[in-house]
Structures are given as C-alpha cells and as structure tokens.
Design a protein around this ligand. Structure first.
Ligand code: 0L1
Ligand code: MG
Length: 237
C-alpha cells in the first residue's frame, strides 16, 4: 500500500513536488487520516500544534481550486512568522500568500480577532491535486502571520481587505467572502475540530478573502483589513 503521508513528508522536507496520484487514489476520510499522520511526523520532529486553518471558504478559492467544500488543516509553531518577519523561501516549493483573519480561542469562544496572512505551498506538482490530496497535504499549510489581536468589533461580516505586494494592490476583497462572515468559519472550525473542543490560546485561520498570489524573492507582502489593521511579511531574496 502506498505510504502517502511518507511521500508528502518527503516532498515537504526535501522541497520537491509530488505528482498527483489522480482521482480515486483515496477518499476524504482517508485523506484526513493521512493528514494526521503527516502532522504527527512534524510533531515527532518537535513542532507543536498551535491551531487550525480552514481552507476553500471563499468562492474565489473554490473557483480557483475547482471544488466546493470547506476543508481544514493543522497550524504548528514552526509555521508562524512574526508580523513583519521574513518568509524563508529556501524550504518552499511554490509559495503563495492570501489575506485572512485569525481568531484567538478562549473557553471555546472567540477571545480576539486579528488581520492575518497565510502562506500556502502545495507539495503537489504545479499546485494540481484532487480534493482528498490537498486535504492529505494539510491543506497546503506552510506559514502564517498574525497582526495585532483585538476585541471583535461590531460587524466583521463585510470589512474591506487589501493584499499588497511591494506597495501595489494585487487583490481587493471583503471578509464577506469568508463564508459570508468569518465568525461562521470559526463555528465551522469548532464543529470540525476533533473532540469539538478547541484548546485555549488556539489560533483559527478563517480562510482567504481573495485568491492567492505567488510570492517572489524579496517581495514585501502586506494584508490590511478594515477596522483590524495590517499584517506583513518580507520574502527572503
Ligand atoms: O488555505 C486555503 O484556502 C488553501 C486550501 C488548499 C488549496 C490551495 O492550496 O490553494
Ligand atoms: Mg488559507
């Protein structure tokens, strides 16, 4: 039997692309088991789980990927990049960035919200995969930046979102693109999380507000979300 988790882990650690196995190789429940195995390998190397991310929560992402289901994956401490910090491109295959919002969990509730930036980097060749394959690949999770945490303001369902690269606006969107309201993504995260109890201090990345954009060496990336402020990173050269 094919060791899909091993193959994905080799692609991750060896910074090399893995060709898709094609439709029917494994189904969605099997994909989440492979994902868990893959993340356990990261934990065995010392990484700590710090939260979860939702994927394909916007129509733009669903269209970009040709699917119509919300998916989720694990965030680890090794994926976190300080706000304004450097995204090291050396261990990435073909990274992209996307604008998001993040939630902080306390007592099973939303304790705070922040503007956020996700780095996705599929281990699948040319970012081409089946739905189970992207789930198995921990939903392309590769990095994230969280801006300043703050109390949730009234009405976060239609906040303007900008993605800028080197000072140029490359994507414009709204938090409405995140399941109509990013708090809905939080509810989905709580529903999907194993045991349905998100640990205190977990981070939930709610999903992208626009399509993802490729990152080039040396690029300065900035996400701004109305009322929430900005989150930034700089790609290594
Ligand atoms: O965070 C995301 O929406 C990514 C989900 C996986 C699809 C992709 O790699 O773009
Ligand atoms: Mg995302």
């Amino acid at each position: 039997m094919t060791d899909y988790a091993g193959a994905l882990d080799d692609a991750l650690t060896g910074v090399k692309e893995l060709p898709s196995f094609g439709p029917g190789a494994f189904d969605v429940p099997a994909a989440y088991a492979i994902q868990r195995d893959l993340v356990s390998r990261r934990e065995a190397r010392g990484e700590k789980i710090v939260g979860i991310k939702l994927g394909l929560t916007s129509r733009a992402k669903m269209q970009q990927m040709g699917v119509d289901e919300v998916i989720w994956g694990w965030l680890t401490d090794a994926m976190r990049i300080a706000d304004g910090g450097v995204l090291d491109l050396a261990p990435r295959i073909h990274p992209k960035v996307e604008p998001e919002v993040a939630f902080l969990v306390r007592g099973g509730e939303i304790a705070a919200i922040a503007p956020a930036l996700e780095v996705i980097d599929s281990r699948w060749l040319d970012f081409k995969f089946t739905l189970p394959e992207v789930i198995a690949d921990n939903t392309s999770a590769a990095g994230f930046v969280v801006g300043n945490w703050q109390p949730v303001p009234d009405g976060v369902d239609n906040l303007g979102v900008l993605l800028e690269i080197d000072g140029r606006v490359v994507e414009i969107g709204s938090t409405a693109a995140i399941l109509g309201d990013p708090r809905r993504a939080f509810a989905e995260a709580a529903r999907l999380y194993p045991g349905r109890i998100l640990p205190d201090e977990s981070i939930v990345l709610a999903g992208a507000a626009t399509a993802a954009v490729s990152v080039q060496p040396g690029s300065a990336v900035r996400v701004s979300v109305e009322k929430l402020g900005a989150a930034r990173l700089k790609a290594s050269s």
